[in-house]
Design a protein around this ligand. Structure first.
Ligand SMILES: NC(=O)c1ccc[n+]([C@@H]2O[C@H](COP(=O)([O-])OP(=O)(O)OC[C@H]3O[C@@H](n4cnc5c(N)ncnc54)[C@H](O)[C@@H]3O)[C@@H](O)[C@H]2O)c1
Length: 457
């Protein structure tokens, strides 16, 4: 596995020796920076009437994404022209699934670990969708853009800080869309909260909390679920928050990160590891020792002084949660389950209770995001996509391309939300040292642009 900062940083300064060196982390982070300009805010390309799509990676996620295209294919807005995976059986199964709702057969690519490049080179591909293991995301996205393709990549889009810079430089130079497919930004609860934030219900925000708390022990320890148990292997050699974007994407929209505010610095701490190894031993797994702590907590401060608490735990048995807490001067929201507190204007109306069901539902009716309402009927047929949000995400992506509009999630969003992983690893390894967060936008975050996800069309 690569170093946190990327291959060139590893050569320049071995990561293992960081703790003992007199060095500046700022210098280190900047030393791997590429030539970037921040020129892709508001980026749009000419309308593409029917988006021709190639999918790389047809495992669990690639299959769900494929299914999300059904309505768009049937309505002539997209066509699946190519399918690639190193596992031939998965390609054949996906092709069969597609044949039920698309007349033309896609080309298939399953001969070896580099065969996906032939799909990326095809002239008839507009958009490459990438749903492979994490460390392949950036190389595949960069190769795709260099072949003249727009790319839409699963989370996280980057794995090292060098990846982040390389993605920004390549997208800016090739002038291609490079979007991270962060589906949680399109979940009904997050869109409802965002709509309230945008309409001033919370007043001014001071603090938010998010997470990826998901018991993945059974799936990670299974020898069949993830190809070659790739996901478990990260837990053997790394420690930090590996899955930042499900929580951080929506929170960053609430805080207008990249649109008037940005991350300044972070500190990160991991608990001891107990639960994954205990379960692995009980199950006689071939892997039983893990470096990643059961719970990672990362604190991020923004340039405008707001704070973010982000947690990551996939080792502990517990109900799923992304927390989704928003604290503002006028209201507070807590997720899982969604609850709302509205502060009274006078002291006699200050309270300690969440709104009751009836009061909450009034807010829900008033502020449910128009996008979710608009697509509810169609997306109800696609419930397998995490309760509808996956369909809304793919619908928005393809519709923006059909109409030639800027995408909801821009290049810098995906890179900034992903960069927190390697930076959290660096902080954990350095006894929670405060780590400055590089500015991947070349200062363009200062422009108070509105959120594309709030547009209706
Ligand atoms: N957004 C979400 O809700 C969500 C949910 C699940 C997974 N994911 C993301 O999706 C990605 C894939 O996860 P998954 O659960 O589908 O894993 P998976 O192991 O089921 O699928 C990965 C696929 O990539 C293929 N692959 C590996 N190397 C390849 C290569 N060189 N060329 C072509 N194909 C190759 C594998 O054969 C496998 O089929 C991950 O990045 C994960 O984080 C996102």
């Amino acid at each position: 596995m690569q170093s946190i900062l990327g291959a060139s940083a590893l050569t320049a300064m071995p990561y293992a020796s960081l703790a003992n060196k007199d060095y500046s982390i700022v210098q280190l982070l900047e030393s791997v920076s590429a030539k970037t300009t921040g020129s892709l805010f508001g980026f749009r390309v000419d309308p593409i009437d029917k988006v021709r799509v190639g999918i790389i990676g047809l495992g669990n996620r690639g299959n769900t994404l494929l299914e999300m295209f059904q309505w768009l294919v049937e309505n002539d807005r997209a066509e699946i022209v190519g399918l690639a995976d190193i596992n031939e059986k998965k390609v054949i199964a996906a092709k069969e699934k597609l044949s039920v709702w698309q007349k033309t057969a896609p080309q298939t690519f399953s001969k070896g670990k580099n065969n996906w490049k032939n799909l990326a080179k095809q002239d008839d591909v507009d958009l490459l969708v990438i749903a492979t293991p994490w460390e392949l995301h950036t190389p595949m996205a960069i190769y795709g853009m260099n072949q003249g393709k727009h790319v839409a990549c699963e989370v996280p889009i980057a794995y090292t800080i060098q990846d982040c810079w390389d993605l920004v430089q390549t997208a800016e130079e090739t002038k291609k869309h490079c979007v991270m497919l962060e589906n949680c930004c399109y979940n009904e609860e997050e869109l409802f909260v965002l709509n309230m934030v945008e309409n001033g219900v919370f007043g001014d925000l001071t603090h938010v909390e998010g997470a990826y708390l998901h018991d993945l022990r059974a799936l990670m320890l299974s020898e069949d679920y993830y190809e070659d148990q790739w996901r478990l292997k990260h837990h053997i050699s790394r420690d930090g928050n590996f899955y930042t974007t499900h929580g951080l994407g929506p929170l960053s929209y609430y805080l207008k990160i990249g649109r008037g505010d940005t991350y300044s610095h972070l500190t990160s701490m991991s608990s001891r590891e107990l639960n994954l190894s205990r379960t692995a031993q009980q199950q006689n797994s071939k892997f039983t020792q893990f470096k990643c702590g059961d719970m990672n907590t990362t604190l991020i401060k923004t340039a405008l002084g707001k704070t973010i608490m982000l947690q990551f735990d996939v080792h502990t048995g517990r109900p799923y949660s992304r927390i989704n807490k928003v604290v503002g001067t006028k209201a507070v929201h807590d997720g899982y389950p969604s609850r709302l507190y509205i502060d009274g204007e006078e002291p006699e109306f200050w309270g300690h209770n969440w709104l009751n069901n009836e009061e909450y539902n009034e807010y829900k009716t008033k502020y449910n995001h128009p996008l979710f309402n608009q697509l509810k009927e169609i997306s109800e047929n696609f419930k397998q996509g995490h309760g509808g949000m996956d369909f809304v995400m793919i619908y928005r992506l393809i519709t923006c391309l059909n109409l030639g509009l800027p995408l909801d999630i821009n290049l810098y969003d995906g890179v900034m939300w992903s960069a927190i992983t390697p930076l959290s690893e660096l902080s954990v390894a350095e006894k929670s040292k405060s780590i400055p967060i590089p500015d991947f936008t070349s200062g363009q975050w200062k422009a108070t642009n509105s959120l594309e996800i709030m547009r209706s069309f």
